[in-house]
Design a protein around this ligand. Structure first.
Ligand code: AMP
Length: 394
């Protein structure tokens, strides 16, 4: 099949040819006709499947009319979780729109808003934005949504993970009721579904399985360990296995600070992020972690929630999370985009309940490794896979 069969016009086909896209990917084959028909769409698809072009190409086709744009107005809004994705999506759009007379801009927080505001004065056909900055601009009356025709929620699950739900709801409230909606998400969780229910009407649903190459390969293993030996074990693993980087999850703020000092006493430099640190400090530490300046980052689950921690080689559950979902979420931070990742959990006897819940959720037990020099006094039994927790924990 070729792109010309999908109902896209010459200027768009020419831009695609310039980019040397030979044939449409699976999601493009399925999504492009739906979007061109004007229907709403929910698509389960990951990065690497060609999902950006699957919404951007038909969106450009739909917007390619003679309509005059008024000042401070936008015709299509694409919401993304991060600045990086906003920039990437906008750059793809401007390539696809090479031979069209349509304008686009990426807008995100953490930078001076004046240049964005300035460009909005004349109106922009396609705005790619992160939710916080967009809402801020709307509050300042730097843009109005009354001429909006299309809304795209890109990486919806990640936006929810990053705590943008309130902002997204506030944005949706401001949009005209009559509009076309597209939602893309790696996984369609219950939270994504409930967002879709509010924002999207009678959608067509498509689901694209990740290709083999992009399926995350996460090597999960656990070590049973007596509680008091955990920090010595962690130092041993870092040195012995020559770990270059790890995000280490711990339960409490106090525990995070203590672990950092224990690691430092053993000559391992580490940093911590927890609820006691400001967002600005957390962002700085995180950026140092991403560039490799900080190699070992100890984080409480709550502190790590709102942060965009991209692709990691390794996560360590120094403390097991109380919820199985949280475990899945944590390990999902590794092994993205075809790279392999590792998730190591420290499990002591009083974690048995959590372990059962996690392994039941996974549908298999996690491989156990024994580490020489760390014998356990209190063993952890092998869990029961059909375990159903009796007490609901918070
Ligand atoms: P995405 O899943 O949208 O992040 O796209 C992944 C990569 O695939 C990007 O670098 C695109 O430029 C590229 N791409 C998208 N569609 C096609 C296609 N039909 N043929 C070749 N490359 C493509």
């Amino acid at each position: 099949m070729s792109f010309s069969k999908l109902g896209l016009s010459e200027p768009i086909l020419k831009a695609i040819a310039d980019l040397e896209y030979a044939t449409p990917s699976e999601i493009q084959k399925q999504a492009i006709p739906v979007v061109l028909s004007g229907r709403d769409l929910i698509a389960a698809a990951q990065t690497g499947t060609g999902k950006t072009a699957s919404f951007a190409l038909p969106l450009l086709e739909m917007l390619n009319t003679d309509r005059k744009l008024r000042g401070k107005r936008i015709r299509a809004l694409i919401l993304t979780p991060t600045r990086e994705l906003a920039v990437q999506v906008e750059s793809s759009i401007s390539q696809y729109a090479e031979y069209l007379n349509l304008s686009s801009m990426a807008m995100y927080g953490g930078v001076d808003s004046a240049p964005h505001k300035q460009r909005l004065i004349w109106g922009i056909d396609i705005l790619v934005a992160t939710p916080g900055r967009l809402l801020d601009m709307a509050h300042q009356r730097a843009l109005h949504f009354d001429e909006l025709e299309m809304l795209v929620l890109d990486e919806a699950d990640r936006m929810l993970d990053m705590g943008f739900i309130d902002d997204i709801n506030k944005i949706i409230e401001r949009l005209p009721k009559q509009r076309q909606n597209l939602l893309f998400s790696a996984t369609i969780s219950d939270d994504v579904r409930s967002l879709a229910k509010r924002a999207i009407h009678n959608p067509v649903e498509i689901s694209i399985a990740p290709s083999r190459a992009s399926k995350p390969k996460i090597d999960q293993w656990l070590i049973t360990i007596d509680k008091g030996n955990k920090s010595a074990l962690l130092s041993h693993l870092i040195n012995d296995l020559q770990w270059q980087q790890a995000l280490i999850f711990i339960e409490t703020k106090h525990g995070a600070a203590k672990l950092v000092s224990q690691l430092e006493k053993r000559g391992i430099e580490a940093e911590s992020i927890h609820g006691g640190r400001t967002q600005a400090v957390r962002e700085q530490i995180l950026s140092d972690f991403k560039t490799g300046k900080i190699k070992f980052l100890v984080a409480t689950g709550i502190a790590a929630r709102g942060l965009d921690i991209g692709d990691l080689a390794r996560v360590v559950n120094y403390d097991l999370p109380a919820q199985a979902d949280e475990y899945i979420h944590r390990i999902g931070r590794t092994g993205r985009a075809g790279a392999s990742g590792e998730a190591v959990s420290f499990v002591s006897k009083d974690n048995f309940r959590e372990l059962c819940a996690i392994e039941s959720r996974l549908g298999h037990v996690i491989a156990r490794k024994e580490i020489e020099g760390f014998p356990v006094k209190k063993g952890v039994p092998v869990s029961i896979l059909n375990y159903v927790p009796k007490i609901k924990r918070s």
